[in-house]
Each structure stands twice: as C-alpha cells, then as structure tokens.
Design a protein around this ligand. Structure first.
Ligand code: SF4
Length: 74
C-alpha cells in the first residue's frame, strides 16, 4: 500500500473537480493514499495519458475506465 504517484497533479485529489460529493475524503483515503492501482482515474491515465482522464471520472468507476481503455485499443 502506498500513495498514488499522481497526487500532486490529479484534479480529483486536489479538489478542483466540480460537484464534489461529500464522500471524497473516503475515496482519497481508500484509493489515493492506499490502493491507487484500483483507481479508475489511475488506470486511464496509465493506459491512455493524463489528457484522456475525464474530469467527471470517479476512482470507483472501474467498468467505465475498462470500457474506455478497451475501445482505445481497438
Ligand atoms: S484519484 Fe486516482 S489517479 Fe488521482 S491521485 Fe487518487 S488514486 Fe491517483
């Protein structure tokens, strides 16, 4: 378990995303500071690049991230 390498640059972690839900601190402790490799934003960034991470993508949206990565590979 370790902190995500994208903490300093990630809009989600730095709270610059619009309409942030109240659960954001829970998500940060769960994903950003512990299990970042399971984060949907991390997955898309690693596979497709930072510019391809949708601003409204939440860390728990693994299925959405997987679809994006698969369609980019086709
Ligand atoms: S939201 Fe995902 S990509 Fe962003 S800092 Fe947290 S774990 Fe890393």
């Amino acid at each position: 378990m370790a902190e995500c390498e994208h903490l300093s640059r990630c809009p989600f972690f730095n709270e610059t995303l619009p309409n942030m839900p109240t659960m954001v601190s829970y998500l940060k402790s769960t994903y950003c500071r512990r299990d970042f490799q399971q984060c949907a934003r991390y997955m898309v960034r690693q596979a497709l690049g930072a510019e391809k991470v949708p601003s409204d993508l939440f860390p728990y949206e693994i299925h959405r991230a997987t679809r994006m990565i698969r369609s980019a590979e086709q």
